[in-house]
Design a protein around this ligand. Structure first.
Ligand code: HEC
Length: 234
């Protein structure tokens, strides 16, 4: 029996009489109980089912990390240029890396298929009664300024093409419409002027720029008469 047990037990308690065997105390002394409790206290709580929210600190850390990564990426992406990222890149080397010269016909072909062909048709013959033809049209192969103006502001009201009268709405590809660049408008007009049976000279980007500044005040679509007043049919 330990000193502690002795001091706690009453002298009359039969358990404190010499010779009495305290089975319980012998099996598990106070020190041991304290020891086991300490062990239990060191153990983690039982895992529970359910949702534990992500700690705020962790979220802030990840936020900062993403922010930093974004800044880093933004600063060092090198515009994804091949001479930065492609180890096989050689200056002026052939293949895909070679600087491709701007080809107005190629560009115009694509612009035409994606934008004009729906109405004027892929063969440029238009749709009788609805969309006038571009193939063989004097509006196309005549004065380039007139054609550029049509593309830049659109056309509405009656218009006569090769003896047929149309009356519809042609959309604008200028500032009040799809806002195409001088280069694109030069490409589309050049392409249309040289496709199918058309054989008219190319339209220069400079001419498109001149026309653009000369019609800066014009807001809506043209009527054909307005255009004919400025550029009579040849
Ligand atoms: C939504 C249909 C539509 C689209 C798209 C369209 N046009 Fe037109 N276009 C017309 C209509 C309709 C007219 C006749 C307008 C009128 O009646 O005043 C016309 C007239 C014209 C004319 C003058 C008449 C002629 O046939 O020569 C030209 C040139 C022309 N368009 C070129 C183009 C080009 C180039 C594009 C593409 C950049 C284009 N159009 C896109 C519907 C369209």
């Amino acid at each position: 029996m330990s000193d502690l047990e002795k001091s706690l037990s009453h002298p009359d308690d039969p358990a404190s009489k010499p010779g009495h065997v305290q089975h319980e105390a012998a099996a598990y002394g106070d020190e041991e109980i304290v020891h086991v409790h300490k062990q239990l206290e060191r153990e983690n709580g039982e895992p529970e089912e359910g949702f534990t929210p992500v700690p705020m600190v962790l979220m802030v850390c990840f936020g900062l990390l993403f922010f930093w990564a974004g800044m880093y990426f933004n600063k060092y992406n090198g515009d994804f240029r091949p001479d930065v990222f492609n180890p096989d890149w050689t200056p002026g080397g052939g293949g895909e890396q070679a600087e491709v010269a701007f080809d107005p016909i190629k560009r115009g072909d694509r612009l035409f298929r994606n934008n004009c062909a729906a109405c004027h048709q892929a063969d440029g013959k238009g749709v009788p009664g609805a969309f006038p033809p571009l193939d063989g049209s004097p509006w196309v192969v005549g004065a380039p300024e007139r054609f550029v103006k049509i593309v830049m502001r659109g056309l509405q009201g009656p218009v006569e093409v090769n003896g047929n009268t149309y009356n519809g709405n042609m959309p604008s590809y200028g500032e009040n419409g799809l806002d195409w660049s001088d280069q694109d408008i030069a490409a589309i007009t050049t392409y249309v002027r040289q496709s199918w049976s058309n054989e008219a000279p190319a339209v220069a980007e400079e001419l498109v720029a001149e026309v653009r500044s000369s019609i800066a005040d014009k807001s809506g679509a043209w009527s054909s008469q307005e255009l004919l007043d400025m550029h009579p049919m040849e």
